[in-house]
Ligand binder design. Sequence first.
Ligand code: FES
Ligand SMILES: [Fe+2]
Length: 373
Amino acid sequence: MMDDAPAKAAAREDKFTASGGALLRDIWYVAMTASELKRGKLHKTMFLNEPVVMGRQGDGQPFALRDICPHRAVPLSAGHILDTDGAQTVECPYHGWRFKTSDGGCAHIPSLVEGQPFDLDRIKVRAYPVIEQDDLIWIYMGSTPEAQPQGPPPSFERMVLDKGANQGKVKFFERADLACHMDHAVIGLLDPAHTPFVHKSPLWRSSKTLKEKEKHYAPTEMGFTMLSHEPVNSPLYTWLLGPGVKVEIQFLLPGLRAESISTDRHSFLGLAAITPITDELCEIREIMYWNAPVLDVVKLFARPFTQTFLDQDARIMKLQGEGLAHNPPLMQIPDADTLMVWYRRLKREWIKAGAEGRAFENPVKPATLRWRT
Ligand code: FES
Ligand SMILES: [Fe+2]
């Protein structure tokens, strides 16, 4: 019989505590949008507490390496990209060792002289699988340096990007740091009850005019979907996008929320992507795709609006951090907190399935949830 004790222990470890649970491994994260990763430059970053240097090869292909030189630990991001015998390499600024951007293998050690046989193949810096898809750079954070993805990152193509000429191009994005553990950021993203209090805006309902809502959910491959429905602010959407408005909101691991608004003619996709930098810091990007020309005009006003929205969340996360620092017990109530219960179940199952070496089985069941927001 297989020993599932480690899996059970790992799943147990993912408690709903002030300090947050495990950061998921063996999964794709949004590293950044394609436009943020410039050619010819090294981009110093960090994911899941690991220093990472990212860049683009000569042909534009993205790469990601561990940002620690295996010789004596200088960050490779302080070096530069250059060609070594036809291969793209990153040169460390300390002693000039060079590492291939394709697989992290050592390509050159300048101090070696003839007659000093040294097997360069023995030296390798970790290379992370990266892929450019839907105008985003995705990074696969494996549990071991050898771990390889089973498939590509999720694509939202079917929901929105198969209509119109601009498919797959990010039209607009905004990013913000959230000074909290990934779990609290995701829970905040999923939380319907905070909206009228945190995101006060003249454009929608305030905390004084809460309305009862009923939403229908179904499990998906790696999360759950609020089933396609006609939105409350349908007249605005119809005015912008034309008749036949349908809205669908998906959540999927590790921290992606995709809101798709489609009409007979046009479609819009707003993707919120949360990526952990450390245990106490994560990044959120609000990324938008559309094929309705009118939105190109609306976009001119969108930036301050989106920034305000993100700042409101960032502020509440920071405030929450003051309380969490004292490690208090936390609560969850029906039905407004059900989505976070599902998030935690999904996470636990992801960890357990990984430890047991079996396929992920979605623990979420179809449900109708009700709340006042
Ligand atoms: S520390 Fe990088 S080459 Fe020596
Ligand atoms: Fe929010």
